[in-house]
Design a protein around this ligand. Structure first.
Ligand code: GDP
Length: 462
């Protein structure tokens, strides 16, 4: 028996212990699956019936006739109890040759190919599946709901209307009528460019969202940075020591905040230079320390050079971490009265550590004690806000493909503005380019589709 292009899979495969799973099939043979795997008899489109499903349980059977289904094809869903039964049913359907197992993303791919989803919505489905945190899931849901398409559509419609006017002007160039003035072209294409700029500025990159934000702690040796990392991570990760500078390398831990996970990195070596590693003689206040000192001793006779090299390496690495960080947090002990350390980049947040050493310190910006836990909840809340934004509701996340397309459209509109004097043909070319680039974002609308819509309202009778 030829299963044709009918595919089948469990739609909620990941939930092992789920009370109900959905076996979904799509394709020309889908309705036949409903008939053969249950006692529904003939099924009508859009129907939901309780029927006895192989191997003998009473369950809901949903049937959809294309194109009014998720995939746009004939589809059935068997809602059955538990993953175990679901898997058995899928295997039985395949064994009977009624369908072949679906490949990853195949239902969504069919939905896209059949025009049921635009490309951004299909990407939203993929992003939803792989979203790790609530913020990512929200951004994915926005894509899926067609938010990007909604934001782009008015821009595209206006550009298409403008292009139509310019093209009509070309067609009627022998006659003495002006359909659109040069200033209007400049103004309307400028507005479209502005709208695209705004879209780019207000959106975040999906890649950036998906990565866990990196928060780098900087400060003097002994400021309590590694103790903070441990306290945030909730388990002992860092080596903490009374000897200033014991934490000699970048140390990181994954920390779960309210809305997602971040990586907190404690880098040593940032403040080393100014602390005078080579010895102010004041070892206790931070500077030359255990590990480095022993390197110096072991490394003789070229210990000084070895020390220099290690110090340089550490500092370079620390600077790199700071440069690449999403957020830089300066940690300063409450009992440290020295001038602030010199940083290559302004910190996003300054916190005062070791609050317990000076109870009078309250009232300072953000004061914590990793030892007693005081202020730690505030710190978590603050980091969460800084890493994930005070309001995540409106975040529209674009992926690299969207950004490239919008930027291409933006560039084409820039050329339209410059080419106004070169004649309507050149202007039309630029507008068409911009529309095609934006059409690429949604993956199905071409400039011609849009023009067709605009011209159908035009009634020029030509
Ligand atoms: P780092 O060099 O900045 O990573 O500092 P550490 O985390 O290694 O801490 C240096 C010293 O300060 C250790 O002896 C810690 O026990 C101590 N320390 C860290 N946090 C606190 C705190 O909140 N209160 C007090 N009293 N001591 C702390």
């Amino acid at each position: 028996m030829d299963a044709g292009d009918t595919i089948v899979a469990m739609a909620s495969a990941a939930q092992e212990g789920a009370a109900r799973v959905v076996v979904r099939a799509s394709g020309s043979g889908a309705l036949r699956i409903a008939r053969e795997m249950s006692d529904v008899g003939e099924v009508a489109g859009g129907s939901a019936v309780v029927a006895k499903v192989w191997p003998g349980v009473w369950r809901w059977v949903y049937a959809f006739v294309g194109p009014r289904s998720y995939t746009g094809e004939d589809s059935v869903e068997l809602h059955v109890p538990g993953g175990h039964v679901g898997r058995m049913i899928v295997e039985e359907i395949v064994r009977r040759g009624l369908a072949r197992p679906a490949e990853a993303g195949e239902f969504t791919a069919r939905a896209y190919l059949n025009g049921r989803l635009d490309l951004t919505q299909a990407e939203g489905v993929a992003a939803t599946i792989s979203a790790a945190g609530e913020r990512q899931a929200r951004a994915a849901r926005q894509l899926l709901s067609g938010e990007l398409a909604r934001r782009l559509s008015p821009v595209m419609e206006d550009l298409a209307a403008l292009l139509a006017l310019v093209e009509v002007g070309i067609d009627f160039s022998d006659e003495d009528v002006t359909f659109v003035a040069g200033e209007e072209v400049a103004e309307r294409s400028g507005e479209a460019a502005g709208a695209l700029d705004k879209l780019l500025a207000e959106s975040v990159r999906f890649e950036r969202l998906s990565a866990e934000p990196r928060i780098v702690l900087v400060g003097r040796p002994n400021a309590g940075k590694s103790t903070l990392v441990n306290a945030l991570a909730g388990q002992a990760r860092a080596v903490v020591s009374d000897v200033a500078g014991t934490t000699r390398d970048a140390l990181s831990a994954r920390v779960r905040l309210m809305r997602g996970a971040v990586v907190v990195v404690d880098v040593a070596g940032i403040a080393e230079g100014e602390e005078g590693v080579r010895g102010s003689g004041d070892e206790g206040s931070g500077g030359v320390t255990g590990v480095l000192t022993s390197v110096r001793h072991e490394g003789a006779p070229d210990g000084e050079e070895g020390l220099d090299a290690i110090e340089r390496q550490m500092r370079e690495r620390a600077l790199r971490e700071v440069a690449e960080a999403d957020l830089v947090v300066l940690v300063r002990a409450v009992d440290d009265a020295r001038a602030p350390v010199d940083l290559p980049r302004a910190p996003d947040l300054v916190i005062t550590s070791k609050w317990d050493l000076d109870g009078n310190a309250s009232g300072l910006a953000l004061t914590v004690s990793a030892l007693t836990g005081a202020g730690m909840d505030d710190l978590r809340t603050r980091l969460d806000e800084m890493a994930f934004g005070a309001d995540v509701g409106g975040v529209l996340a674009l992926n690299a493909r969207h950004v490239a397309a919008v930027e291409a459209a933006r560039a084409a509109l820039g050329r339209v503005a410059e080419s106004a004097a070169l004649g309507p043909e050149v202007v039309a070319l630029g507008l068409r380019e911009a529309l095609d680039a934006l059409g690429d974002v949604l993956g199905r609308m071409s400039a011609d589709d849009l023009l067709g819509r605009v011209f159908s309202q035009f009634c020029i009778g030509k």
